[in-house]
Design a binder for this molecule. Structure first.
Ligand SMILES: CC(C)=CCC/C(C)=C/CC/C(C)=C/CC/C(C)=C/COP(=O)(O)OP(=O)(O)O
Ligand SMILES: Cc1cc(O)c2ccccc2c1O
Length: 333
């Protein structure tokens, strides 16, 4: 601010000496303010870690498409509001993570998340943005209550379940710090989000989305597990415990393979026993083999982002496979 004040001051003093008109001085000041606003907005967007949004968008797509198969139609407005709700709660969870990892000294100069370490944003900005997102999420959930036929107690149970998980992952007791982060991710990004998206469409809770969520949930957990394996040494140094630390690098590799390949086994079973369209996600197998190789060679740096990319593609193929399945060919329990 002081620098900007000095520059503006100089600009005014130079007026008349170097042909600077008041208009250009005002324009450059406006341009600089606009550029500052743009930089700040970009910093806020990056702090949300948008590369990970596939993890919450694919369960919404899956839940909605299951509702379409069951009820024959989906309400597009409900789908949009539901996607925004889940995205906003997910984003807020990422901000809570940024804030607590920084205040506990877990994030450092070499961390993936350097929003606070590099002073790109102030801790107070992150807190305010997180509170804003949680408020927006509550507003969207209220809107969903009026748009859908879901009972208030059911909607509140799932929505606040998602909201509390997103906060408690690193806030409060900090489930991530006591090796429970993997369970949180497995449940929230899988059954909870799929059930939420399905229930707001059909108006009731069902076990069907929980079963269909399994392959996607495993793949999403692979993102987190690769992230925790990469950060194993620095997390150990910071004094926290993750599943990757508990089981060590070799078993971590075994677990990553389990999370990566079991969904493909399930797709093979669905394709051979029910309908061939469920073989569509198998198109992503080459990506999975390439990731397995990188994990085996311990080139962890880009694996979480690449696994998120695989997650998006696999999720989309899964959803298209369900859409293309002939009527009555899918197991509806
Ligand atoms: C059902 C409803 C309404 C919402 C569900 C919405 C979701 C999916 C919420 C989950 C939010 C959540 C648990 C976010 C945490 C995100 C996360 C896994 C961050 C990664 O944390 P670290 O493991 O610390 O990674 P870094 O090391 O990169 O910081
Ligand atoms: C599922 C999921 C979701 C996220 O937002 C993540 C953010 C950073 C690192 C890992 C993440 C993750 O595994």
């Amino acid at each position: 601010n002081q620098e900007m004040k000095n520059k503006l001051h100089t600009g005014v003093n130079n007026f008349g000496k170097n042909n600077t008109t008041p208009t250009t001085t005002r324009m450059s000041r406006r341009a600089r303010v606009a550029s500052d606003v743009r930089q700040k907005c970009a910093a806020y967007v990056l702090a949300l870690r948008p590369w990970s949004f596939s993890a919450s968008l694919t369960p919404v797509a899956l839940g909605s498409v299951l509702a379409y198969k069951l009820e024959g139609s989906v309400d597009l407005l409900i789908l949009m509001v539901c996607a925004v709700t889940v995205l906003v709660v997910h984003g807020a969870g990422n901000l809570v993570n940024t804030y607590y990892d920084f205040s506990k000294g877990i994030d450092h100069k070499k961390s993936d998340d350097r929003t606070l370490v590099d002073e790109i944003l102030a801790p107070q900005d992150v807190v305010m943005f997180g509170a804003l997102l949680y408020s927006l999420g509550c507003l969207c959930a209220t809107l969903l209550y009026f748009l859908s036929t879901m009972k208030l107690e059911h909607l509140a149970l799932i929505y606040f379940g998602g909201l509390s998980s997103s906060f408690l992952y690193t806030g409060g007791i900090g489930l991530k710090y006591v090796a429970l982060g993997d369970v949180v991710i497995l449940i929230t990004f899988g059954p909870l989000a799929v059930m939420f998206a399905h229930a707001v469409q059909v108006g009731y809770l069902s076990v069907l989305p929980l079963v269909y969520a399994v392959p996607l949930a495993l793949n999403t957990e692979a993102i987190l597990h690769s992230n925790n394996t990469r950060d194993m040494d620095s997390d150990k140094h910071a004094g926290i415990v993750t599943l990757a630390i508990l089981i060590g690098p070799t078993l971590s590799y075994v677990l990553y393979n389990f999370l990566l390949f079991v969904p493909y086994v399930l797709f093979c079973i669905l394709a051979t026993r029910y309908t061939i369209s469920m073989a569509l996600p198998l198109l992503t197998l080459p990506m999975a083999f390439s990731l397995e190789k990188q994990f085996r060679s311990r080139f962890y740096a880009k694996i979480p982002q690449k696994t998120a990319k695989l997650n998006l593609l696999m999720g989309l193929f899964y959803v298209f496979g369900i859409i293309l399945a002939p009527a009555g060919s899918l197991p509806l329990l």
